[in-house]
Design a protein around this ligand. Structure first.
Ligand code: AMP
Ligand code: MN
Ligand code: MN
Length: 320
């Protein structure tokens, strides 16, 4: 029996769920969680979605995202599902709920995930955890209606770069086609998520380009965004999403990285690779994780240390 079939069976035997998104939530984790909540409720279960951080405003058009709870408002439940979390730490303080639960499931697609929980499905061939939730719903007999489809479609376009990244497979496209068949407006979702940027996002991009450093004949691009940059651009931390992809889009670049200063002074590093170099391997060295072509970590050290160690690792990865 496949793991997804086993998970589908056991989910039916439990009633009260907490669905946990990862810290610094992105479209895949939020939308996969929301789809799971709707699917569980459809088959008569209780379900709440929790996240350690607030949901970025770009998801506000998905009305139900207001229902995502933060830790103090959360009641403990017997069952928990970790969604798109490469390890326990990615749940932040919500890990407490997971550890206290008597039935735990992990649904994820990160290559650095070694598996945790009573049952786990880590499918690294899935472009998004949303793909796994779709397959799970098929096993569970959940009717994927247009409300659920909207969320799953958003989860998939978020992690596949709107079907442009190398993680996009024929299966991704088939699932997306099936979701569109429910009557959802794909163009509306692409536009709301990716063509509705506040001007502050463009201003922070401009600052990131200004701070750009190129190494190894332009094969490596690194930039730094400080809290001062964010303030001067009138931007929020969420506005820094997508900058690593933008740098990877330079014709000479194989490896790109953005070092983003957090409000607490730590640095969050986002890395992307084009055709060569495994950025998940670098992330793992610094206690982070991710995929071969997109990975990240957080480091509480001075900026020069962070920049030097990162460029050393990127140069080494280019030689592998
Ligand atoms: P980001 O650069 O934040 O968009 O993240 C790229 C990929 O790496 C995503 O799939 C994240 O889930 C993963 N990732 C980022 N930071 C971490 C971390 N600290 N630990 C594990 N995975 C991470
Ligand atoms: Mn994610
Ligand atoms: Mn994901």
């Amino acid at each position: 029996m496949s793991m997804i079939t086993r998970i589908a069976e056991l989910i039916r035997e439990h009633d009260d769920y907490t669905v946990i998104a990862h810290i610094a939530p992105d479209g895949d984790t939020i939308c996969s969680c929301m789809a799971l909540k709707l699917g569980l409720e459809q088959i008569g279960k209780k379900a709440q979605v929790v996240c350690d951080n607030r949901v970025p405003p770009m998801f506000a058009f998905l009305e139900e995202s207001y229902f995502v709870k933060t830790m103090p408002d959360v009641k403990r439940t017997e069952s928990c599902i970790a969604v798109d979390c490469a390890d326990r730490l990615r749940m932040g303080t919500c890990a407490k709920l997971f550890d206290a639960a008597s039935f735990t499931v992990c649904l994820d697609h990160h290559g650095t995930n070694i598996g945790f929980g009573d049952l786990f499905c880590v499918d690294t061939t899935a472009a998004a955890t949303g793909e796994i939730v779709y397959l799970l719903f098929k096993e569970m007999g959940v009717d994927i209606d247009s409300d659920i489809a909207r969320y799953l479609y958003c989860a998939i376009i978020a992690d596949s770069g709107q079907f442009a990244y190398s993680n996009t497979t024929p299966r991704t496209m088939r699932i997306a086609a099936d979701l569109l068949e429910t009557g959802i407006d794909g163009n509306e979702l692409h536009t709301k998520l990716y063509s509705s940027d506040p001007v502050s996002k463009l201003r922070i991009k401009a600052r990131a380009i200004n701070n750009l450093q190129l190494f190894a004949d332009g094969k490596i691009a690194v930039t730094v965004i400080t809290q001062r940059d964010i303030l001067a651009a009138g931007a929020s931390n969420e506005d820094t999403e997508g900058i690593a992809e933008m740098l990877r889009g330079i014709d000479t670049v194989e490896l790109s990285a953005v070092i983003k200063e957090q409000r607490d002074g730590a640095f969050k590093v986002s890395m992307r690779s084009q055709n060569i170099g495994n950025v998940a391997a670098i992330a793992r060295k610094f206690g982070g994780g991710g995929h071969e072509r997109a990975a990240g970590y957080t480091i509480a050290r001075p900026l020069t240390y962070c920049l030097n160690t990162l460029t050393d690792e990127l140069l080494r990865e280019l030689d592998v």
